[in-house]
Design a protein around this ligand. Structure first.
Ligand SMILES: [Zn+2]
Length: 449
């Protein structure tokens, strides 16, 4: 361990992270008015959107007025790009020469959206990530390993810069393959890392099988920050990762178009704080559009990045579905908590046989049964007029003898947690696809039939 000076507060920003909600509301309204005015005056796209809704920036006077501002969806951004100022088009709010960062969305749901940032925006990204890492116990004494492909997607790029901002030592494990990354972690005695849940589990597998290394005993990683998939907020997946690495595993949520807007803290209270200082996060009833303030009722996240300037994110429909927690977090932060992280995407939470299903519920069940491997796949098809769900799983070699009781347990738990029946297909161990980035384990083929 290196010895460097330590900041003593448990909070990255002791004032903002403990601000009473009423004070925070005032600050949010002030910043919201500022970003709407900024976009109205500079972005053709926002001005047209607001004019069509009969809205002027001055019309927003209170917190309740915010709901009058039209929402923006990813699909709307696609239509205004790939023209001058090239390639960003109509939502760019700064002169093109002010842009220093290019990123784009992964394009898994269609044509990628380009995301420009200025240097000031990029520092803002690092600031947002500093809240996350500091709350998860990252300090100057940490040596942080980043086992991800540094490329055109934002992924952990800002996590890298935030770790530097905190004074950690950062090791970029870019183009190394999985085995080389594990060996480098061992050689350097890295203490923390950032990766997707799928990759965290995959690395542990590779370490054991290919290198004879047990990450929990032979490596020194004690903190892992996850992103990209909901796994770190799914208790059974979190437990598998924590046991495999002998480390604390923390979740965070973010998106290219929004920023890094929520994080779990070391209290691990079963939810993620939303960063109220840098974002205005609202939950909206999926059917009525009503703003949900009360705990326990699911809605989709509509979010504003209050300080992002080059291509503003104002009332963005993230499609993420979650609910407010009723309990404050024991860590003392006043930033509200979304219970259980993100339950799924409003596009994925789908009606099957008339029942609402969140794919995360299936993951929770599969990974809570010790004899099953971590990989699985769900395929929904239509047979005649009836929906049909197939769940593909693998049984661990050491649990083969218990196949029948395992399958019975799986069926019972699925019925209990999701109210649905499944065709279970057992596939040979290690035969289902392993993913390095965002896993695609849920396939709804009904739309294509
Ligand atoms: Zn907390």
């Amino acid at each position: 361990m290196k010895s460097k000076g330590q900041k003593t507060s448990p909070y990255w920003n002791p004032i903002l992270e403990t601000l009473p909600l009423e004070e925070m509301r005032k600050l949010q309204v002030k910043k919201f008015r500022r970003i709407v005015k900024w976009a109205y005056e500079r972005s053709k796209f926002h001005r047209k959107l607001y004019q069509e809704a009969g809205l002027k920036p001055g019309d927003i006077r209170s917190y309740d007025d915010i709901a009058k501002v039209p929402k923006v969806e990813k699909a709307m951004m696609r239509g205004i790009q790939r023209k001058d100022p090239f390639p960003y088009g109509d939502a760019l709010c700064v002169p093109l020469e002010e842009v220093t960062e290019f990123r784009q969305t992964s394009g898994t749901t269609g044509v990628p959206v380009y995301q420009p940032d200025t240097w000031q925006d990029w520092e803002w990204w690092a600031e947002a990530w500093s809240y996350i890492l500091y709350a998860q116990g990252y300090r100057k004494t940490d040596r942080v390993f980043l086992p991800f492909g540094y490329n055109i997607f934002v992924a952990f790029w800002a996590g890298h810069y935030a770790a530097e901002k905190l004074g950690c030592e950062v090791v970029p494990g870019g183009v190394l393959d999985t085995e080389a990354r594990i060996l480098k972690i061992q050689e350097l005695r890295a203490t923390a890392m950032m990766a997707t849940p799928t990759y965290v589990l995959g690395m542990a597998d590779t370490a054991k099988k290919k290198l004879g290394i047990d990450p929990a005993k032979d490596l020194t990683i004690r903190k892992i920050t996850c992103a990209g998939e909901p796994g770190a907020s799914i208790p059974s997946t979190k437990q598998r990762m924590e046991e495999a690495w002998g480390a604390k595993v923390y979740d965070h949520v973010g998106a290219t178009e929004i920023g890094a807007w929520g994080y779990e803290c070391t209290a691990q209270s079963g939810g993620l704080h939303v960063n109220e200082a840098l974002f205005l996060t609202q939950l909206e009833d999926v059917e009525t559009g009503e703003i949900i303030e009360e705990p326990g009722r699911r809605g989709k996240v509509v979010i504003t990045a209050l300080d992002r300037m080059a291509q503003p994110c104002i009332r963005f429909d993230s499609k993420d579905v979650t609910e407010w927690s009723k309990d404050p977090c024991p860590c003392g932060r006043t930033f509200r908590v979304i219970k259980g992280g993100i339950a799924g995407r409003s596009d994925d939470i789908t009606k099957i046989k008339g029942v609402l299903l969140a794919p995360t519920a299936i993951e929770e069940v599969v990974r809570s049964i010790p004899g099953l491997a971590s990989e699985f796949e769900v395929v929904v098809t239509k047979k005649g007029d009836l929906d049909d769900i197939t769940l593909k799983i693998e049984i661990l070699p050491e649990a083969e003898g218990k196949r029948d009781p395992l399958l019975a347990q799986l069926k019972d738990q699925l019925r209990l947690k999701t109210n649905l029946g499944y065709n279970i297909e057992v596939h040979p161990f290690n035969s289902l696809p392993r993913y390095e980035v965002k896993a695609k384990r849920f396939k709804d083929l009904r739309k294509h039939e």
